[in-house]
Ligand binder design. Sequence first.
Ligand SMILES: [Zn+2]
Ligand SMILES: [Zn+2]
Length: 220
Amino acid sequence: MWSLPDINRLNEEAVKNATKLNKAVKTGYLDGIRIKCDWCDKPAEYTYPWYDVFSDVPKGIIGLCEEHDQYFGNPSEGFFTCDDCGKTFITNYTWENYYTFTDDGDQLCLNCYFDREISRKDNWITSAEDVTWKRVKASRHLIPVGGKHWNEHLEFIGNVEFDNLSGEKVTGFSSTSTKEDGLDDLRDLVEKALLSHKKCILILDARYQCTVSIGVYVKK
Ligand SMILES: [Zn+2]
Ligand SMILES: [Zn+2]
């Protein structure tokens, strides 16, 4: 079973390493050793610093030779390049992928996707009556487990977890909860949000192996 790495520790280590990695991308040498292709032993002709969606510091370097550059992916297997910010990201640490494809075919990191979607007026709801199953199913995956980017813009009101396939609300092993229970809970959260704010947004804020979490958020 995979679990989410300790994001905070990972980031502390990355900050310490960032200068070294940035230099290595420029020089082609890391700790005095020529960076090699990740797929063969040839010297890397192309180097890419890679990031995760949890911070702005690079976590490592991808080295690729002429032949393997962009051969197994963009630029390599297990990584993607965001069409909005242009940075290279690791695709996932757990079950949750850190990218999405938009309707126009762009591949975006979840942080850029978040920025795009919260700026769209039709994603915001102004009444608990707007909380339908169709709406819930359409809520976008904009926040990864452990993500922090959203926190600069939104405030979390509460969330409900649903079974990925059936849509039934997840409460425990002997659960008899239905989809309707989950919807009612979400409507209550929306009502709570609308007491102090004009509008709120439903966001798929975690994807686990079998469940998804739908959170209610308001603007800060
Ligand atoms: Zn190679
Ligand atoms: Zn991006």
